[in-house]
Design a binder for this molecule. Sequence first.
Ligand code: ZN
Length: 347
Amino acid sequence: MAQKLFNQPKKRSIKPKLIFLSLLFIVAALITGSSMFFSTSEPSLPQPHVFSSDRANHFVGFKATNDSDNNRVLAFKFANLDNEKVQVHNNDGKLMLTITDTYHTEDFSEKTHLSDVVTVNQNASNTIQFALPLERLGPYNTRISEDGIFITKLNWGLEGKNIVIDPGHGQPDGGAIGPSGLLEKDVVLNISLRLKEILEDKGANVLLTREGDSRPYPSSYLQDLWERVYIAEEFGAHVVLSIHNNASDYPYVGGIETFYRPNTLQGHNNKKFAKTIQNQLTNDLGRRDRGVHSANFNVLRSEEFIGALVELMFITNPEEERLLSDPQMIEKIAQSLAEGIENFFTN
Ligand SMILES: [Zn+2]
């Protein structure tokens, strides 16, 4: 049948015309830029993410990965995130991250199997909220950058942890002075040097903000405190413990108290860390328990690491001054602090 049709003269004469007309049409389409035939090969129109990346607080998505130390990292990715649009508070056992003036194109809640860990609500006023259950999260570190909010759930134990021990004061600042002349700067350095050895034996990476007599930034008291925070952040500190001795005008005042910063991304962690340290010390040393308190010390002013500041006895109390000058007590304090830090990562 095909051969017979092929031999018909009429059909053979039409074919070249059709080919010619088709070619003409194709050339015309190319010249005019018509999309009738070439919609797939044309450069695609700008996608929403191309122009919206210029917008502030554009929510790109959520991803859970592991870092090089095998800690779980929850990444809330943004383009051009403005830190000041991120608000943090604890509510009903949850860490709530609220980001205002956001822009996003995807329905986040359908994107991840971790929706039991992370949930998102977006309301009419372009606010996104993430809620993370604190108890399940355990100790964590945070980082906020232009690229988003990164929360690292820390593994159990001291192995591989970056711990910064901050011995308070240092020349030219001796800190508080005991009735027989004992200087706070010397006591806290002795404790810190021993604590470093114990923690390193347990597998932690430990950095002291000073190992010598002088403070990290000798020429300025305020700059010195920022310098200590900078040292800790550069080290990638998971936790920072600042060590001090207390002082009072009244020689009979004594005991131990621990401070933490409450209103940060780390607020929940900070409080838990301070409580763990305080409980361990008062159990081991038998000194008066003066409790755990919130305070906004500059040396702990970071959103990145978990921190506490411990006031280890009153150097102005003659009995406690004597204890603080006893090498056996220094050893006992260092062991107790190491156990407290370890407890924080294992309970
Ligand atoms: Zn001090």
